[in-house]
Ligand binder design. Sequence first.
Ligand SMILES: [Ca+2]
Length: 387
Amino acid sequence: MKKLAVSLIALSLAAACGKDDSSVGLDQGKLATFRKALPSESMLAAKKPQGSAQNAIGDPAMYPIEAGPIAIHINLAVVGMVNLMRAITDLEPTLYNSDTQEFLWGPWDNDNGFGTVAAYIKQQPEGADFRYVYALLRGVGNDLQTMKPVIWGGSNPDTTNPDFGNGITLWDFEANYEFAQANDPDFATQPYDRGRFVAIYAQGADENEPTATATWVYAVFRNFIGKDDYVASADPFVEGADLDYLYGRYLDTTGWNIDFLHFAFAMDAETSTPALEDVSVKMAFLNSGWGRAEASANGGDLVAPEAYNVTECWDAALDRTFLNQVATDSEGNPYTAAEGVETSCGPDVNGTPLFANTLSALGLPDLNDVDLGLKAALENAAENGLQ
Ligand SMILES: [Ca+2]
């Protein structure tokens, strides 16, 4: 999955080389407004614990390290998508269609590959779910009607703050794969990403505390296979990976911010047979440092009540302060191995250790709080693409 972010970039740069320059007279103010329909990286990219202090005492905590690659994978997907759309729409558009209220880029020949490329940002009528919709299209000619979206999104940008707004975005690797299968003369020797990534996001002032900023991203990968990863592996990103992901950040005006993440995916955590277990990893961290993780594995080879549960806390240097591992056997007996004490799960806030509380007790949302209708809609888009 490492090359996810660049899998379509060559295409965009080739398109840039092929642009014509017949766009004189476009309304630059309107164009700038439309370009704001694209999400910013800050809206979509997950933060991970950084370790704000140097401390040679104690073992590095596991979960902040493990969160890194997953956050990086998600960020590669969203940042790759954002950068690709921006690379094209930063060019002068080919035309503005006042009937459809749409800026169009292309279609341009994909000089570096095959077929043609186009993009649009279109304003929607009042009352639509999204003020703007946008897409990156691939085709084999200049007839837009026959071109297929490989990126699609809708958004409601905030007119007063470029980093605020909400929207949905779909990266349809599968449509790109199918297009290549039908049209790439070198398809047999070219690896392509498979599957789809869909995310909804919102960033804005907190409704209860207008000076604070709240960020939400809920994303799903379905049937994802990175083009560099066509090998069997327990890595959840390798073999037709399904991943659900919730990320949030709350930033208040005094400079305190809390990030929370929840990933759920299937992987071979109990390796006695290759059946995949359901793995859940939740974590939260304060000001990029102090934090708590709660992980579990069940299902697959683990027949209830068999389960693994792990709690870990770390300090500002990301050194572990507490680790509790609980294996529950088939009779429901817990076997516990602990290091440290939970009351060391700081920092101290108003005289109590903040992360001695469970993430649920702290009121931090997780994937189970996602509206079921919304979850079903995103899963449908990720499994089937645009209908
Ligand atoms: Ca297993």
